[in-house]
Design a protein around this ligand. Structure first.
Ligand SMILES: Cc1cc2nc3c(=O)[nH]c(=O)nc-3n(C[C@H](O)[C@H](O)[C@H](O)COP(=O)(O)OP(=O)(O)OC[C@H]3O[C@@H](n4cnc5c(N)ncnc54)[C@H](O)[C@@H]3O)c2cc1C
Length: 809
């Protein structure tokens, strides 16, 4: 065994093998993989090997596409049979919502070049004769679905990696990991030690236990999962003989099952409601290429439906039942990337669909390690989307919810209940008493809207307009015509202090730093000029700043800031030690002025001022800005003051007709002001020139990514963020939710990033990216909303108050 290596990958399942292979592809060949038993000994060996490109997140779908396309190449290069079968797959819809969901999935696939087709139930039966078509109303057919041999694929990755110089040590258990002061690692195994510059935790079923070796509690949990294989079936033989083809795969959402041909019989797997975690506290190291005891009673409700939907299955003999564990993160997506707070420590775990996603996980992690950039937008997989609050109990609740909902639709306006409420601010009870309908992000509850008194605070889930629609319209009117109050604690808040802070931030931010007492907006870029983050920067001293950013990106952004930290500078995540309320609307100043001695007249407290003042008896930092685009203030206080602040403002607002508004109204208000948002319009795949962030980029100073920005400005961006006025179907209005394709002249030219109905302006608005040459004022496009192409006109200015008079007055 080598005494040292540039990288030690821990775990020889399909994921570890893919990471090892991709590292060698990027030119890192002093890399080793350490496997406690033999390759595939965790969850990989007993997988059903199914794979598909379809995913709710187009960025993940793109990586799945990459994975599926990679198998032929590694098979050829390694000489190892990967058992590739590509019979295509059906996704079956038994009701209108599911068919709508499939139409939306088909539409999302268009700009990825995915060639999927919506077909009738009768056509589905022609393709898959085991189907009892009366239970379905339609299906999506995807020709790029299939299955592989899990062991063959893992070996193929391993052989290709070895050919390039990687080494693999089997029957070698990593028992401990110790970091040296210089950030390198001692990997302690039962066969000796390896000194490594980087470690990768690809421990699969034991990823949590490997994390614990270095004090990490990764949000990952294994679940038991069962599939059965039938004896050979006459129906299968007949189909094969008649068509010369294998039966396509099928996914039955209502039956919570998937089915495919396995040799002369069928393989049927279920995601049952009565799901069971495996080793919820500690995975035993003694578990070795083992299976769990099948429990047919547990999956019998799913089997009963399967036998109704595929009648031939009811009479088929069962040859084998496999019950094996595999891992999930709370949202079902993998955990990939550098572990926040630890140098040279990487993870690639919680991959529940290793054969759809393994290639993409290996590719992006290897790029990230070798070049500092994953090269794709992998936010949905980034380990930093969870903070330390996602502990064992939270993960357990969420993973069980996720498993049992695996084939359920999660509607765009749906908030899932497990693991909630977790974080609440002091005004939670006050807002609940006002009938708040709550949502959650990054563990924190935030008000979505306020139901009318006496009515149940619950939102109907739908792809169209919900029962919140008229109520949110009222909240928007309150803000635009009188004054609205909302909670704004769900921002990430950071404080940067210490000598050299200004110089440090200036080198990170595209905009000039604000003067003391002022706020501005800025972007931060990576060296290739892509947007790493978008922040409001408030300066309270020469070397004293507050930064406000997206809350869900708190761990993601703080990892980035800390990765660039300069000597003498202190970077603190304020989290809920600073909470906020926001006042917005034409009477916002009247309300706030009535409870503070500080003059708020525009000449004394102009737009974009940020100062420490007293509000009543409450010490606060008050910024004159709001995301509503109206006259407004964000008031930041220590949590112990938030309730008093709420009561004070609520009381002071009564003469002005104050009302509460929530996140849904905020999204509507920001749309009519043409304000983009992080993770939708601004993401790591876009540049500031593409995202139209010109006002936040000043080339009068040096910053990371500046050279790339200049280069792009000189040649012009290839695509551009556009603002669209959409004309929804009047019979059944639905607004965009994000990721819909944008059509022009009969072809798909771009995609929607977000949108909403702008209640006050009575327009359905959207943002999206299209090729720059098409981004001309007044240009007409079509946006595909739930299977319908609806006209959309490009607007070049906000539909409300284009001069910004309201917020500056
Ligand atoms: C019944 C069943 C059916 C499935 N069907 C499909 C399917 O159809 N399609 C699909 O895409 N996915 C399927 N999966 C999921 C798939 O198996 C996983 O996504 C995949 O195996 C994850 O691979 P991994 O490398 O992350 O983990 P694992 O396969 O668990 O590999 C981790 C490896 O790390 C090793 N290891 C851990 N700790 C250490 C240590 N300290 N020292 C050394 N070595 C260590 C382990 O021994 C193990 O070999 C299925 C899973 C099950 C259980």
């Amino acid at each position: 065994m080598k005494a040292s290596a540039q990288v030690v990958v821990i775990g020889g399942g399909v994921i570890g093998a893919s990471v090892l292979f991709h590292l060698t592809e990027m030119g890192w060949t002093d890399v080793v993989l350490v496997e406690r038993k033999e390759l595939t000994a965790g969850s990989t060996w007993h997988a059903a090997g199914g794979m598909h490109t379809l995913n709710g997140d187009p960025n993940v779908a793109k990586l799945q596409q990459y994975t599926v396309n990679l198998y032929r190449e590694i098979e050829q290069r390694s000489g190892q049979d990967c058992g590739i079968h590509m019979p295509g797959g059906l996704m079956l819809a038994d009701d209108r919502e599911r068919l709508d969901w499939l139409r939306m999935a088909q539409a999302r696939g268009r700009y990825l070049g995915m060639d999927m087709e919506i077909i009738s139930a009768a056509e589905a039966r022609e393709l898959f004769p085991l189907l009892a078509e009366q239970h379905f109303i339609g299906a999506l057919f995807d020709p790029a679905e299939g299955h592989v041999d899990p062991t063959g694929v893992t070996r193929a990755y391993a052989i290709c990696a070895r050919q390039a110089g990687a080494e693999i040590y089997q029957h070698t258990w990593v028992s401990d990991l110790r970091q040296r002061p210089d950030g390198t690692w001692d990997v302690i195994t039962d066969s000796g030690e390896i000194h490594a510059e980087h470690i990768v935790n690809a421990g699969g079923l034991w990823a949590r236990e490997v994390g614990r070796m270095i004090g990490l509690e990764l949000p990952v949990l294994a679940m038991e999962h069962m599939y059965l294989i039938t004896e050979d079936m006459e129906e299968v033989a007949e189909y094969n003989a008649a068509t010369g083809r294998e039966l396509p795969m099928a996914l039955d959402f209502s039956g919570e099952n998937y089915i495919r041909q396995e040799r002369g019989g069928m393989l049927l797997g279920t995601y049952e409601q009565a799901c069971v975690p495996w080793s919820p506290r500690e995975a035993p190291w003694t578990f070795d290429k083992q299976l769990l005891t099948p429990d047919l009673d547990r999956i019998s409700p799913s089997l009963e439906i399967a036998f109704k939907h595929y009648p031939a299955m009811a009479d088929a003999g069962i040859k084998t039942v496999i019950n094996g564990p595999f891992t999930f993160a709370p949202d079902g997506n993998p955990l990939v990337g550098p572990v926040p707070g630890l140098r040279n420590c990487w993870v690639a775990c919680a991959v529940m669909a290793g054969f759809s996603q393994g290639g993409g996980v290996g590719l992006t992690l290897a790029r990230w390690m070798t070049s500092g950039d994953p090269g794709e937008d992998i936010w949905a997989m980034d380990v930093a989307r969870y903070g330390t609050w996602a502990n064992l109990a939270y993960t357990n609740a969420k993973v069980r919810e996720n498993y049992s909902r695996r084939f359920r639709i999660t509607f765009p306006n749906e908030e899932l209940p497990a693991g909630r409420p977790l974080h609440t601010t002091p005004v939670y009870d006050r807002l609940t008493a006002h009938n708040a309908v709550w949502g959650a992000g990054y563990g924190l509850e935030h008000p979505l809207w306020f139901q009318r008194p006496g009515e149940e605070p619950r939102e109907d889930v739908t792809f169209r307009r919900s029962n919140a629609f008229p109520v949110v319209a009222g909240e928007c009117t309150t803000v635009r015509e009188r004054v609205g109050l909302t909670e704004c604690s769900n921002f990430a808040k950071y404080r940067v202090t210490g000598a050299g802070s200004a110089e440090w931030l200036q080198g990170l931010f595209t905009n000039r730093l604000p003067r003391v007492g002022r706020i501005n907006l800025t972007a931060a870029l990576d060296p290739s000029g892509h947007i790493v983050g978008e922040f409001s920067v408030a300066r309270v001293g020469t070397d004293d700043f507050f930064l406000f950013g997206s809350q869900i990106a708190e761990a993601h952004h703080s990892r980035w800031f800390r990765g660039h930290l300069a000597d003498g500078v202190r970077f603190d995540v304020l989290a809920l030690s600073l909470v906020g309320l926001s006042l917005a609307g034409p009477h916002a100043r009247d309300v706030l002025q009535s409870v503070t001695d500080t003059s708020l007249a525009t000449e004394d407290y102009p737009f974009m001022t940020f100062r420490r003042i007293d509000v009543g008896m409450i010490p606060a930092y008050v910024g004159r800005m709001t995301y509503t685009g109206d006259l407004g203030y964000e008031i930041w206080v220590a949590p112990e003051y938030q309730r008093a602040l709420f009561d004070l403002l609520w009381q002071a607002g009564q003469p002005y007709g104050i009302g509460l508004f929530g996140f849904r109204a905020l999204m509507s208000l920001r749309m009519e002001k043409m304000f983009g948002t992080w993770f939708r319009e601004y993401r790591p795949i876009y540049t500031p020139a593409e995202a139209q962030m010109h006002r936040s980029v000043k080339l009068d100073h040096d910053f990371i990514g500046r050279a790339a920005v200049e280069e792009e400005l000189a040649r012009g961006p290839a695509r551009t963020l556009v603002y669209l006025d959409v004309d929804p179907d009047p019979a059944e209005p639905a607004d965009v939710v994000g990721d819909e394709p944008i059509w022009h002249d009969g072809t798909v030219v771009g995609w929607i990033t977000s949108g909403a109905y702008a209640h006050y302006s009575r327009r359905s608005l959207a943002f999206g990216y299209v090729p720059t040459e098409l981004a001309v004022p007044g240009a007409m496009f079509e946006v595909e909303i739930i299977g319908q192409r609806r006209p959309a006109r490009l607007l070049s200015e906000p539909v409300l108050d284009p001069t910004g008079h309201r917020m500056r007055a």
